[in-house]
Structure formats: structure tokens, C-alpha cells
Design a protein around this ligand. Structure first.
Ligand code: UDP
Length: 338
């Protein structure tokens, strides 16, 4: 009998790649997603890659009775909680939406797990929980001081999970703090499909390369970084997906709370990303320098040693593979999933 894993937000960018990896590792996968920022077609693609079906339900996690029906139909060995909303600027304008979809939804899911005696959880958090108070490279012990609503919504869930383990040590929880996931599955069948003009760097570069957007605005070139542009820790989404499977295996073995950075441990500048992408797609990426984006930090990247020590995980795909895979996805799916 295969172990069955519930993946919330399994049709999203991270969730879909993680489902592929879970299926490859021999798990059965059940997805709940409200499809607010994704499409069921994603899951057909996941099944195609894996050669196995994914059971899915259109469920908003805040809908207690819909969630209860899913729990009544399946016996899960663990939960990967990837569902959430993640646009930093939208969060500043609509904080309530972010607390509802990120915090309230998490509470409902945790409550349903409690009712079914299920205590193994992997939670998608974010490196934005650190904020500017932390020293680079960020270690997991660094003080949390998120400077955005989005970051605070993630930190609040982390706090809930810490309290949960404190009150009941039989919980098995891993909190994964993602740095900047980019790239796509090597099949070109699944990838990142943002709606509207992409706010993040990589999908924006992809859309300039394919001709959907005229140019990239590089936000700031006077940062105290080697070339003046912002530096981030970009990691391949399939490396991240592998990290989830390892974290799941960990929570199936160990109780308590484990908090981990998932990053590749080094930073790349915006210009380095542009150059690497130009090389991968053999096209020129038009860009211009624009003012800094409000709230952006100059440079941050992970201290990724703990994930390696505890899970034996590290990001091993390089920038060239990241860009080649992102370009394959974009060029084979110029309109995304639609
Ligand atoms: N960035 C940029 N132009 C864009 C989008 C992003 O210059 O259109 C820069 C941004 O200032 C940052 C880096 O690219 O230095 C990564 O931004 P992203 O939004 O992808 O991730 P985050 O800032 O949330 O880490």
C-alpha cells in the first residue's frame, strides 16, 4: 500500500512540481486547491509526467465542511501545505485577504488534521520572514522581522506551529523557508504561470524573451552589491521539490519541529540572471534601469547547511539548468496553461 499525501495548493507552481516528485518517490497524491491562481489542467500535466493519476478537489481550505469531506474519504500519512497567496505588493493593499488565505486557511487545515489524528505536516514558509534585521547569509536562528504583510502572514503561521509543538510534542512538523524558486520541470510541461504582468524577476525575463513584454525594468542599480543590482538566492524548483520529499520523510520519522532554509546558499544579481538567461535562450533581453522597488533589500541568500546536515539535501542544479528549463517551459507554452 502506497502512503497517501495531501498537498494543499498542489496545482500551484511549487505544489505541482512537488507532486511530480512525490509521485516519482512512490507516494499517492491528493490535491486540494481553490484554483484561485492555478488551473486543474496543471494536474493533468503532472499525471502525464508521472504516468499516474492525481486525485484532486476544488476546495478552499477555509471551507471546513468541504475539507472535512476530503479527510473523510482518505487516510493520509502526511500533509504538505503549499496553498497560499504570495504577491508582495497585493498583500500590502489587501492585508485581510492575505491573513485569510495564509493564516486562517492554515488554522482550518491544522484543525482538520487534529480531528483526524494526523500530525505530520510540512509547511511552505518563506525567506521573507527574516527581514532586514538578519545578517546575510540568513541562518535559521536569525531574528524574524518581516517588513511585509506577506512575510508577516507566513511568520504568524510559523508561530502557530511552534505553539502547537510546544503544547503537544507528538506533532511532526517541518517549516521550509524558501528562497527564490525558479525554473521548471525538464519536460517543459509544467512551470510558473503568473496571471497578469509578473511581479517576480524570472517570469518577467521569460516573457521579455518570448516577446510578450518589451523590456525588463531592473529595480535599482545602485545597491551595495558587486554590479549594483539586487542579489537573491535562486534555486531550481525541482531542487525545492526534492527538498519537500526529504522533509516529508523526515517528519514521518521524527517528531517535534524542524525549521529549514531551502536555498542554494549563494546569491546572484539581477544582471547575472539576465546574462544566464540570454545564454540559455540565445536572445537578447531588453532591459532598462528603474528606481529601486519599495521594500526591496539589496542582497540576501541562505545559509543552507542545516538542510544538508539534517536532510542530506542540497540544491544541485545550476543557473544554466535553471534558465534552460525555464526557457523550455516558456517557449513551449507561450500562453502558460491556457
Ligand atoms: N526585479 C527586477 N525587476 C523585476 C522584478 C524583480 O529588477 O521586474 C529584481 C528585484 O528588485 C530583486 C530581484 O529581482 O532584486 C528578485 O525579485 P523577485 O520579485 O523575483 O523576488 P524577491 O524580491 O521577492 O526576492
Amino acid at each position: 500500500m502506497r502512503q497517501k499525501i495531501l498537498v494543499s495548493g498542489g496545482a500551484g507552481y511549487i505544489g505541482s512540481h512537488t507532486c511530480v516528485e512525490l509521485l516519482a518517490a512512490g507516494y499517492d497524491v491528493v490535491v486540494v486547491d481553490n484554483f484561485s491562481n492555478s488551473k486543474p489542467a496543471v494536474l493533468d500535466r503532472v499525471s502525464r509526467i508521472a504516468g499516474r493519476d492525481v486525485t484532486w478537489y476544488e476546495v478552499d481550505l477555509r471551507d471546513k465542511s468541504a475539507l472535512a469531506r476530503v479527510f473523510a474519504q482518505h487516510t493520509f500519512s502526511g500533509v504538505l501545505h503549499c496553498a497560499g497567496v504570495k504577491a508582495i505588493d497585493e498583500a500590502q493593499r489587501f492585508p485581510l485577504k492575505y491573513y485569510q488565505h495564509n493564516l486562517e486557511a492554515s488554522l482550518t487545515l491544522i484543525e482538520a488534521m487534529t480531528q483526524h489524528g494526523l500530525r505530520r505536516l510540512v509547511f511552505s514558509s518563506s525567506a521573507t520572514v527574516y527581514g532586514e534585521a538578519a545578517r546575510v547569509p540568513y541562518r535559521e536562528e536569525a531574528p524574524l522581522a518581516p517588513n511585509t504583510v506577506y512575510g508577516r502572514s507566513k511568520m504568524m503561521v510559523e508561530n502557530v506551529l511552534q505553539d502547537l509543538v510546544q503544547a503537544d510534542p507528538s506533532w511532526h512538523i517541518a517549516i521550509l523557508r524558501y528562497f527564490n524558486p525558479v525554473g521548471a520541470h525538464s519536460s517543459g510541461l509544467i512551470g510558473e504561470d503568473p496571471s497578469g504582468i509578473p511581479g517576480n524577476l524570472m517570469p518577467h525575463i521569460c516573457q521579455v524573451a518570448i516577446g510578450k513584454l518589451d523590456e525588463l525594468a531592473i529595480f535599482g542599480h545602485d545597491y551595495p552589491t558587486p554590479d549594483g543590482t539586487g542579489v537573491r538566492d535562486y534555486l531550481h524548483v525541482m531542487d525545492l521539490a526534492e527538498g519537500h520529499v526529504k522533509a516529508l520523510e523526515y517528519v514521518c520519522r521524527e517528531s517535534g519541529l524542524l525549521t529549514l532554509n531551502l536555498g542554494n546558499g549563494r546569491g546572484y544579481s539581477v544582471l547575472e540572471m539576465v546574462r544566464a538567461f540570454e545564454h540559455a535562450c540565445s536572445r537578447k533581453i531588453n532591459y532598462r534601469y528603474a528606481p529601486r522597488r519599495a521594500g526591496d533589500l539589496a542582497s540576501y541568500y541562505a545559509d543552507a547547511r542545516r538542510a544538508n546536515e539534517v536532510l542530506g539535501w542540497r540544491a544541485h542544479r545550476d543557473l544554466s539548468e535553471i534558465c534552460t528549463d525555464a526557457w523550455r517551459w516558456q517557449s513551449q507554452n507561450p500562453e502558460g496553461y491556457s
